[in-house]
Design a binder for this molecule. Sequence first.
Ligand code: C2E
Ligand code: CA
Ligand code: CA
Length: 644
Amino acid sequence: MRASRGMTVAFGAILAVLSGLAVLGSWRQAEIVDQLAADADKIDSFQEAIYLSQREMALVQAVLNEPDGVERTELLALHDRTHAAIDRLAATIDPEHRVTAERIAARQDALEPTVRSYLVAVDEGNVAAARVMLEQDVEPAMDALAANLQTIVTAESATYLRARAGAESDSRLLLLGSAAIFLLGLTVLTLYSRSERTQRRQIEHLAGIDALTGLPNRTAFAARVGDALDKKGEQGAEADPPTVIVVNLDGFRDVNERFGHRIGDLLLIEAGRRIIAMVRAEDTVSRLGGDDFAILLADRREPDRREPDRRLGLDEDLAKRLHEGFLAPFALDDVTVDIEVSAGAATAEPGEDATALLVHADLAMHGAKKRRSGFRRFRPEEAQGYAARITMLGDLRRALEHGEQLTLHYQPKIDLLGGAVAGVEALARWHHPVEGMVSPAEFIPVLETTSLIHDFTDWVLTAALAQARRWDDAGRALPVSVNISTRTLLDPGFPDRMAEQLRTAGVPGELLCVEITEYTVMSDPGTTIGALRRIRDLGVKTSLDDFGTGYSSMAYLKTLPLDELKIDRTFVRDMITDAGSLALVESAVTLGHRLGLTVVAEGIEDAATGEALAAIGCDLAQGFHFARPQPAGDLPGLLLTPRP
Ligand code: C2E
Ligand code: CA
Ligand code: CA
């Protein structure tokens, strides 16, 4: 009895100690987990700051290659995000590193004016000056920033690893034999491997490796091109000048959007492998970023005895090899996709640096993409066109900021039955301070290459709606048509901006009509239909411009939410003299009417054409014969008195 009581007491005591240990253990365990989670979060925030600053650098470089509005806009937005990330870091970091973090934040701040003046140089088309600023100011400052961040990360990681080791031994002592230790171990392990992955990614990135494909990144590639150029410089005529090929996957964005980023990532990895399989071991394959890859051809005078057939030789050979390499579909998990590529090649000219060589190959690639030719070699005229385009973009940006150089002219649309003015089309005019009048046919395609086109369309809408308001106030409710470019129509935010503009101007939707072209429809029918529906919900009318010019949108005509069809002037021009054109115009009028649309003919230059159009039942007409596009102030007489 006594013995058994003693046993119970002892057992109870052991139980109590064990429970105490368990409570202590789980309390300590919770503390450890919290601490490790906080540390892991901190490392994530470093990771974010490093990633953002690296991305910023990549964008700064990309702006020089392609002074595209998207990259530029992203760059400015990113600068703020980087700043916020560094601030966050400074707030969470241990006091001993806080001063360093604050110094980094200050440095990043100080960088902003430098980046801005660099952008100004890019805008002004001053590529040489921009490159000097990039190399002498921006890049060193950003490198220093990244190095500083890395120092803190290394220090913090060490603290973290020590804490993790401490946590492990504590938990071993406290929770030996308990199932909880298993859980904790699991948690610690997960956190540990996560941070290891994160660190590996950082290290790889800083070492110049693209984490996804394992290929050299843009920075590392540019350095190798630089080395090849130096080598050529030393060896003179004995070596071939380096050749760079930029390869871009056609339709990569579609794959990403349709099947998700995971499939997109797999595609990039596989594409990288295929490109590697096309070249010699001495050649360098890099992923520059996004779906852009690049190849640096090693000196071709050094024959590769092991793999003579893997020599990328003449252009035809190159083009053929790239084309064939991408013929087989890509099997990515459970989806199969077909991908083609566009590639551009450039060979260094004396005195050219790595940046120029990359820019040239990139321009050639864009040329190949535009012509859908698959492959193109760089032509110096392209660089001139490119420089001119940069200059024009800079001029346009300033014109949009100040507003004085841009105006709208209005061309009346005449009712062929009664001769009254049924509406006007707003047409943009740019008065360049040096070049004089620049045609919209010239500057709109340039604007369309960047997101500046959105600002431009907003400007056009504001001006056209203000004018509609003035006419309405003067007792003439006159519908105004505006031309909307593809890129703007496909911008998901556009219909809402239009609604806002109508509200601000106080103009009813019925007084506005948007003209889009068949090209827009064909480039993305689904999005176009959606956008047109939202626009029509505002009461705004829709019109299909340049109808009949090549891009057959016939299949979509019946599903497009349209009010109007505009027959292109190339058919109208010859309808009197050419039976074929007449037949086309007649069929277009019938087709439009069967679909319940108003039919407009453009480009009427003589009375006979006007009469012929009236005879076949066309509703409205527009052309120099009735009135040229002109400033609003010159129109009133025309607007009030219908033509006899
Ligand atoms: P579009 O929309 O087809 O505009 C009609 C063009 O034909 C205008 O050229 C107009 O001046 C011209 N035109 C009118 N009647 C006649 C005629 O009887 N004979 C001949 N030969 N031409 C005539 P413009 O103003 O040079 O505009 C060219 C194109 O630029 C426009 O073609 C349109 O696609 C684009 N565009 C003009 N303004 C804007 C705008 O604000 N936004 C956008 N996205 N595009 C615009
Ligand atoms: Ca038009
Ligand atoms: Ca037209």
